[in-house]
Design a protein around this ligand. Structure first.
Ligand SMILES: [Zn+2]
Length: 301
């Protein structure tokens, strides 16, 4: 009798081991995403729902990782959980998604899924700019450029700890012509190659630039390549930035509303003429800002 109880107890203990559970009984969930065909360099909206036929243990929270970025799942008010994720511009034809389900009992189960990724259509163009932007920078300039890069990295990391600031859909920062697409491969003066990790919108110097959604201002500066700039932290890892500005009207820590004028179009930094360079990123992953426009709205924060 004692032996039977011991064996039963052992089986129960074994049963609560996440590894064993993962092997024997993967969490019964339904994973969906929009858009249905995620593209390289875009944002994707994930929804996880317990399988209605086999609900399994109550899931109270979900953690996730994609492209080395933490995902911020939140209840969707409909029994499921939703989060955004960024697909890198150089992603292969599928991308790994790690999910951890935390159950009511406090135990957790892991599951690995793969999302299909479609190739982006990225073109190559030749550009001519002031030689000082393609000559190897001197050491003082290298220090400046590295410091500017570090400050962007820092605010990007901090964004993962910012609560979601927005609930309405994203809008364009300007109602103007799109002059250069995200993902374009560029040769500057026939020498330097770079990937255009933003979307350019036409505008004369002084034309207004609006916040594309509610956010807290994370960075305001005048950078060597980017010129006058504003970085907006929309929370949960999502940021947008507005570059080459001639003027800025906000300060770090300000909360800005969707459509609020945050600066003016300019021609500062590495440019061929006045325009707005608009970027978006999920954590460290740059994505096409146009992909934000298609996002479903979230419940109020
Ligand atoms: Zn640009």
């Amino acid at each position: 009798m004692k032996t039977a109880i011991a064996v039963l107890l052992l089986a129960l203990l074994h049963g609560s081991s996440p590894y064993w559970r993962h092997e024997a009984m993967p969490p019964a969930i339904e994973l969906t995403w929009t858009p249905p065909q995620p593209i390289q360099g875009s944002i994707v909206h994930l929804t996880v729902r317990p399988d209605t036929l086999d609900p399994g243990p109550d899931v109270v929270a979900i953690k996730g990782v994609m492209a080395r970025q933490a995902l911020h799942f939140e209840p969707d008010g409909n029994g499921g959980f939703r989060a955004l994720a960024g697909i890198p511009v150089n992603a292969n034809d599928s991308i790994r998604l790690e999910l951890t389900f935390v159950n009511r009992t406090g135990s957790s189960e892991r599951s690995v899924r793969y999302l299909p990724v479609e190739r982006g259509e990225f073109t190559t163009i030749q550009l001519s700019v002031d030689p000082r932007f393609v000559d190897p920078p001197d050491s003082a300039l290298r220090v400046r450029i590295a410091a500017e890069r570090d400050s962007v990295r820092r605010v990007t990391r901090l964004s993962h700890a910012t609560p979601r600031m927005w609930s309405e859909s994203f809008t364009l920062p300007r109602d103007s012509r799109l002059t250069s697409p995200f993902g374009q491969r560029r040769e500057f003066n026939g020498e330097v190659r770079s990937l255009h990790l933003g979307t350019d919108l036409a505008g004369q110097v002084g034309a207004p630039v609006a916040a594309t959604n509610r956010a807290v201002v994370a960075l305001v500066g005048d950078f060597y390549y980017a010129g006058g700039l504003v970085y907006l932290d929309h929370g949960q890892g999502l940021m947008t930035a507005y570059l080459h500005l001639s003027d800025t009207f906000v300060a770090v820590g300000d909360t800005v509303e969707r459509g609020e004028i945050i600066g003016s179009v300019g021609a500062s930094g590495r440019v061929t003429g006045p325009h707005l360079h608009w970027t978006a990123r999920y954590g460290d992953v740059p994505v096409s800002p146009l992909s934000l426009l298609d996002l479903e709205t979230f419940s109020p924060y």
